[in-house]
Ligand binder design. Structure first.
Ligand code: COA
Ligand code: ZN
Length: 314
């Protein structure tokens, strides 16, 4: 396998994960989780989103969360924004990076941000200006890049033309999001092989959901093509409230375990990450989909049963 030596993980659990939690998570608890992720060495954290508080009531405390977190130099703290109002709020709150959102399919864009794609692109042009003036990194994410729960297949030509407009307006990174886990590894390869050479200098992020247990295979396919940035969610939290059938992102600690087992560095302390995941399970009051929290790392060993030990020494 052709694998990079190092990948960059962007933790999205406190945004993509918490946004779908029905019970309001107190602001100080959100801050605590971000701080635990920082201490575990996660290099990028999508802390929250600056969206309409009625659209996502769980994240209505975005300003207070941003103001409360302890920032580690070198860690990049981002927030999701859908429009210029969100961008101004995010810049005022002191984010290091703006992650924008629009969808590759009309129906999901309307359901998610209440506007047609063309209007989203106009709003994102204003976002790009705000980001540029503030000197804030701009990464543009595209939901339903690999398929839409309403429309099905998303034509590559449409995805490519959206990427072109985002790059032209100043995006330095493009996030391809598989919002409801419809992508498969072969499709991920084909899409990336088509897009990557067309937009040199762009940093590609793959944003996966494990809805159909294809997140890690999709990530491996992207890594083989040279993608080194991946979104993931602590415990496997996550899901878009405006996409039917959405479920959690790829689980951060499972992905980090997989990468470390293959000798790919992340800079993240896996033990601390697992401790953070345990704390998040406590907070949301249920077991999360992560496997490593249950199974332990592949280096875990069990005592040999006495009967077996007797035969081994015999
Ligand atoms: N933050 C807070 N308030 C916002 C806002 C933002 N980012 N964007 C718009 N508003 C306010 C406007 O100021 C306006 O307020 P007013 O009525 O007091 O004047 C009101 O919302 C309506 O503005 P409009 O531009 O018509 O927004 P809308 O009602 O069409 O909603 C979005 C559009 C994008 C703001 C809304 O659909 C949204 O927040 N979606 C978030 C989706 C999301 O987070 N999905 C999950 C992540 S993928
Ligand atoms: Zn998502």
């Amino acid at each position: 396998m052709k694998l990079p030596q190092r990948v960059t993980i962007c933790e999205v659990g406190t945004r993509d994960g918490f946004q779908i939690e029905p019970e309001f998570i107190p602001t100080d608890v959100k801050v605590e989780v971000v701080d635990l992720l920082t201490e575990a060495g996660v290099p990028r954290i999508e802390v929250t989103s600056f969206v309409h508080p009625k659209a996502v009531p769980q994240l209505r405390d975005a300003e207070t969360v941003m103001a409360g977190i302890r920032r580690r130099p070198g860690t990049r703290y981002a927030a999701l924004v859908p429009n210029d109002k969100g961008a101004s709020r995010a810049v005022d709150a002191g984010v290091d990076a703006i992650h924008t959102v629009l969808s590759a399919s009309e129906s999901h864009n309307l359901a998610n941000v209440n506007m047609p794609i063309a209007e989203s692109i106009e709003k994102l042009r204003a976002v790009a200006q705000i980001a540029r003036r503030a000197g804030v990194h701009l990464q543009c994410g595209i939901s339903t890049s690999f398929g839409c729960p309403f429309e099905g297949e998303v034509p590559l030509a449409r995805l490519s033309s959206i990427v072109a407009r985002l790059v032209e307006m100043g995006a330095r990174g493009i996030g391809l999001a598989d919002t409801t886990g419809m992508a498969n590894p072969r499709q991920v390869s084909m899409v990336l092989e088509a897009l990557m050479p067309r937009f040199p200098g762009i940093e590609w992020t793959l944003h996966t959901h494990d809805t159909r247990a294809m997140a890690v295979p999709n990530i491996l396919a992207a890594m083989e093509l040279g993608v080194t940035t991946f979104d993931a969610s602590i415990g496997g939290l996550g899901g878009c409230p405006f996409a039917p059938g959405a479920s959690g992102n790829v689980c951060t600690e499972d992905l980090v375990h997989c990468l470390h087992a293959m000798g790919v560095a992340t800079g993240i302390d896996l033990d601390r990450l697992v401790d953070t995941s345990r704390r998040v399970e406590q907070i949301v009051g249920r077991a999360l989909p992560g496997q490593i929290i249950k199974a332990g790392p592949s280096t875990r060993r069990y005592p040999v049963p006495d009967t077996v030990a007797a035969r081994l020494t015999a």
